[in-house]
Write a protein that binds this ligand. Structure first.
Ligand code: FDA
Length: 392
């Protein structure tokens, strides 16, 4: 590859960058796609347990967290899950819906990366993989990107280097550093879709490591009914990952351990099974070890017939709003995504171009738009990548 002039240089060959490059390339633009990793789409390869949960059919802007809740709407409307499903279909990739609208490949996630690379080649995209970006400068209406001692230039550059999650896989703060250098505001980043850690007070729950149960987990106004998993460090599983994106440090999360229990169910149990104990009643509804732990914590001994109604009501309420105050999260090392990032205030929602710095685009996880668990983050990467690729 020699130094050349391009119409656009896309930095980062992850989900968003691949989509931006193939879209622009197929519009006849000369595109250079750059990544410091020696192969593209590494996160796609490990996503969804190796089967890539590539979209969610319930995609809507209210399933994304951002300072500007409406920002994602425009891109999401112009490149929808149906568009990506059609692309996958054209490549003969078999898929299935797992739960909650989550679409996965039947086979390996590698098929998605191969599909995107094939589409890039169809668009005549040039690649520069496996070497660091040593400089990025701007002047006279051109961006100059130096890779391996060679300078490439283009009137447009697309920041698609993702967020800070999983540094071991090559995640860097590159996009955020460049954004700051060009004067774009950055919303404070934090790990999201990340397991919680529990302190000594909750050691009892850590002893349930490996156990999972369907719960409703709440943080602030956000509530998710999915599986929770107790780990040796704290709490994980989809319900916990989801609320982690809304959680603020030093605030509690609340867990309803019996999401199907209705009304005064414990008083009904007292009437119908007066000789039962709280432990035995919970044991019929929950995994045994969890039932024992909760009963121990509530401390209501003896047969239900000997328990006062008020005490049973208190126990009911406790089980429906069990309070945990995590002492932290497992951080970027374990976070599926990064919340925060390049502020949407700085970008056009139609093109993803900076409103102040012409030719500078930002897409994907680098931007302050964070999806729920379940294919929403890839759909954002495809949609924002498509928006930029249509505009460069
Ligand atoms: P992404 O991180 O994919 O790509 C950024 C690219 O930039 C990388 O190729 C990286 O090498 C490159 N780069 C970084 N710094 C650079 C630098 N300084 N110079 C040059 N290149 C640089 N989402 C979902 O919807 N469904 C799912 O099933 C999953 N599963 C999943 C599992 C795991 C374990 C993780 C960690 C994450 C997921 N996700 C997910 C989230 C999803 O992977 C994520 O939202 C997208 O990959 C974001 O796409 P981007 O293209 O923005 O960044």
């Amino acid at each position: 590859m020699s130094a050349r002039h391009f119409d656009a240089i896309v930095l980062g060959a992850g989900a968003a960058g691949l989509m931006a490059a193939l879209t622009a390339g197929q519009r006849g633009k000369r595109v250079l796609l750059v990544d410091h990793a020696d192969e593209p789409g590494k996160k796609i390869l490990i996503s969804g347990g190796g089967r890539c949960n590539f979209t969610n059919i319930h995609t809507a802007a209210d399933r994304y967290i951002s300072e500007n809740a409406h920002f994602a709407r425009s891109s999401l409307a112009r490149y929808t899950p149906a568009d990506f499903i059609a692309l996958v279909g054209r490549h003969g990739i078999a898929w299935h819906e797992k739960t909650l609208g989550q679409l996965f490949c039947d086979g390996s996630a590698r098929a998605i990366v191969e599909m995107l690379m094939h589409e890039c080649r169809e668009g005549g995209v040039s690649f520069a993989f496996g070497q660091p970006i040593s400089a990025l400068d701007h002047g006279d209406g051109l961006y100059r990107v130096t890779i391996g001692g060679l300078e490439h230039h283009a009137p447009s550059v697309v920041l698609a280097t993702g967020g800070l999650s999983i540094p071991k896989m090559g995640a860097t703060g590159f996009a955020l550093d460049i954004a700051r250098r060009f004067g774009l505001p950055v919303v404070q980043t934090r790990p999201a879709l990340v397991p919680f850690t529990l302190g000594e007070d909750e050691a009892l729950f850590r002893s349930l490591s490996g156990l999972s149960a369907e719960v409703i987990a709440r943080a602030g106004k956000a509530a998710f009914r999915e599986a929770a998993l107790f780990t040796h460090r704290g709490l994980s599983g989809p319900a916990m990952l989801q609320v982690s994106s809304y959680w603020e440090h030093r605030t509690p999360i609340h867990v309803d351990f019996l999401p199907d229990a209705a009304g005064d169910w414990l008083l009904d149990e007292k009437r119908n099974r007066p000789r039962a104990t709280l432990r035995s009643v919970l044991g019929r509804r929950l995994p045994e070890r969890l039932a024992d732990t909760l009963a121990d914590r509530i401390g209501l001994e003896g047969e239900l017939s000997n328990c006062r109604d008020a005490a049973l009501r208190t126990a009911q309420d406790q089980l429906a709003r069990w309070e945990f105050t995590p002492n932290g999260t497992e951080g970027y090392a374990k976070a599926e995504v990064t919340a925060g990032g390049i502020s949407t205030r700085a970008l056009s929602q139609k093109s993803m171009e900076s409103t102040k710095v012409p030719g500078l685009f930002a897409i994907g996880e680098a931007v302050d738009v964070t999806g729920w668990l379940g294919g929403y983050n890839f759909q954002w990467a495809w949609a924002s990548g498509h928006a930029a690729g249509s505009s460069v």
